[in-house]
Design a protein around this ligand. Sequence first.
Ligand SMILES: Nc1ncnc2c1ncn2[C@@H]1O[C@H](COP(=O)(O)OP(=O)(O)OP(=O)(O)O)[C@@H](O)[C@H]1O
Ligand SMILES: [Mg+2]
Length: 348
Amino acid sequence: MSADSELLLEVEHLTVDFPTDDGVVHATRDISYTLSRGDVLGVVGESGSGKSVSSLAVMGLLPPTARVSGSAKFCGQELLGSHGAVKSLRGNKLAMIFQDPMTALNPVYTVGVQLREALRVHNREMPKREMTERSIDALELVGIPNPKDGLDSFPHEFSGGMRQRAMIAMAMINDPDILIADEPTTALDVTVQAQILETLERVQARTGAAIILITHDLGVIAGMAQRVLVMYGGAVVESGSVDDIFYRTSMPYTAGLLGSMPGIHAHGSRLRPIPGSPPSLIRMPPGCSFGPRCPMVTDACRLDAPGKFSLVGTQTHASACIRRDEVLAMDDARTMFAATHDTEVVRD
Ligand SMILES: Nc1ncnc2c1ncn2[C@@H]1O[C@H](COP(=O)(O)OP(=O)(O)OP(=O)(O)O)[C@@H](O)[C@H]1O
Ligand SMILES: [Mg+2]
């Protein structure tokens, strides 16, 4: 974030509960972050940690059963609640892309028709010729070859990667200030993943949009984001720059994620998934929610007290661990998991 950067999004104490027959699912708890123009914010965590729910809340796309509290302001305007400004901003100033392009692309219309419709919703007076020009520009921006012909294609005529590009084009067509990309590459093979990330980078550089990049993959985060939110059990458990997260880890869960990341180990090394499974979001364990899986857990970690497991640290690097100073002092925090493994998963 540069000093003159414009604050676009300010999320404070965002909390989402889903009442269900089994009890209340506490999907996200007390999430706060800011996003400025040009930022790429990575959001990482295991499945079910609340990454999608926290973004869908900001976009006003949660089902009506969701109970949402806290605040999310876009350029000072409140997005949450029935009076929130989100409806008029969605698809215009705020755009989102998903893992599966077919959720956003309609199979029965050409890509051109869908791009025009996305434009028309927010620009009712725009002449057709200008719409066509803007659509071609959007396809060009995302690297679709022969963008003019692309307009006449149906989504099924595109490969998975091209469909994902078309979806990014659709999200970008109204020149949004914020693009939320929810696992945009998970369904694609590795080569295509890299191309889609390059596309996102190009889109970001050309338009200056801020991006929230949601992913399981810390490798993706390292390549693109400047700042990272690490989520566990619905809460942010560490936030910092990419370097803070990778080299000044201050939370055992983050260390576990780093240790389970392919590709950053020494030659011949092993991939170590974090033992155990994520907490129930209906009945959270007392104390630190990562405690039951943490190699550094102590009795103090199992006892709750108000604010004890909230984020502590500096404005730019904080974590929700009462032993954060010890974790920070480690040469390689990933090694704390080594002793807890009887069996190791060898990656080919
Ligand atoms: N409509 C809903 N009703 C009840 N619970 C829900 C609903 N939507 C999401 N949840 C729960 O909220 C929690 C957080 O879900 P979320 O989709 O945000 O996880 P995630 O981090 O995006 O996971 P993934 O990596 O698998 O996409 C999960 O336990 C999920 O089951
Ligand atoms: Mg998700």
